[in-house]
Design a protein. Structure first.
Length: 209
């Protein structure tokens, strides 16, 4: 069973409250999502392995620690996931960025992939898949399946707000993927929106309806 990490840092929770507010405009919403993403990236990368190296400070030689092991990749799920990319890249600028696009079939209501562009060495990277909302879990699960089919072996899923239904689905269908979330909300409504949530993240990020 994949682990669920709720990131309850006060700054994350404060900024999350601001993006929930329906009066928050698109410009401020985008800035806050980027800031929350940066703070979440700090926690998501907490377990990166380190190695010792020899350096020389202005005073003396020293043994210091640098990141070792797998390279990183950031994979936003289009389109709302794009809002989280810049914040994460500020903290891990060497990460490569891939993209996954999905749409929901109007008849089957199942997600269908229409775009998938990943780093060529995806199997050698630790991938961080990002999407602001985890509602039913359908799109996230399909995205993770696509990534695994391309050879990915080490994946984390990061979202701002999740519904219990989405978490349960990811744990059932991808029990090897750890989930990082800033808040787990009450439930989904009859339209598939997270309650209380924040509305449609893509529309609020890009000013569309």
């Amino acid at each position: 069973m994949s682990r669920v990490h709720v990131l309850d840092h006060p700054l994350i929770q404060h900024k999350l409250s601001l993006i929930r507010d329906k009066e928050t405009g698109a410009k401020e919403f985008r800035e806050l999502v980027a800031e929350i993403s940066l703070l979440m990236a700090y926690e998501v990368t907490r377990d990166l392995p380190l190695k010792e190296v020899e350096i020389e400070t202005p005073v003396a030689k020293a043994t210091a620690k640098v990141i070792s092991g797998k390279k990183l990749g950031i994979i936003p799920i289009l389109r709302a996931g794009l809002g989280m990319v810049d914040g994460m890249l500020k903290l891990i600028p060497a990460a490569k960025v891939g993209h996954i696009g999905l749409y929901r079939d109007p008849e089957t209501l199942e997600p269908v992939g229409y775009y998938c562009k990943l780093p060529s060495d995806v199997e050698e990277r630790e991938l961080i898949v990002i999407d602001p909302m985890l509602a039913t879990g359908g799109s996230a699960s399909a995205a993770l399946r696509l990534i695994k089919e391309k050879g990915a072996r080490s994946i984390k899923f990061v979202c701002l707000i999740a519904a219990p239904e989405g978490i349960e689905r990811l744990q059932r269908e991808h029990d090897d993927v750890d989930i990082y979330v800033a808040a787990i909300d009450k439930c989904l409504n009859e339209h598939g929106y997270i309650v209380p949530g924040l509305g449609d993240a893509g529309d609020r990020l890009f000013g569309t309806k």
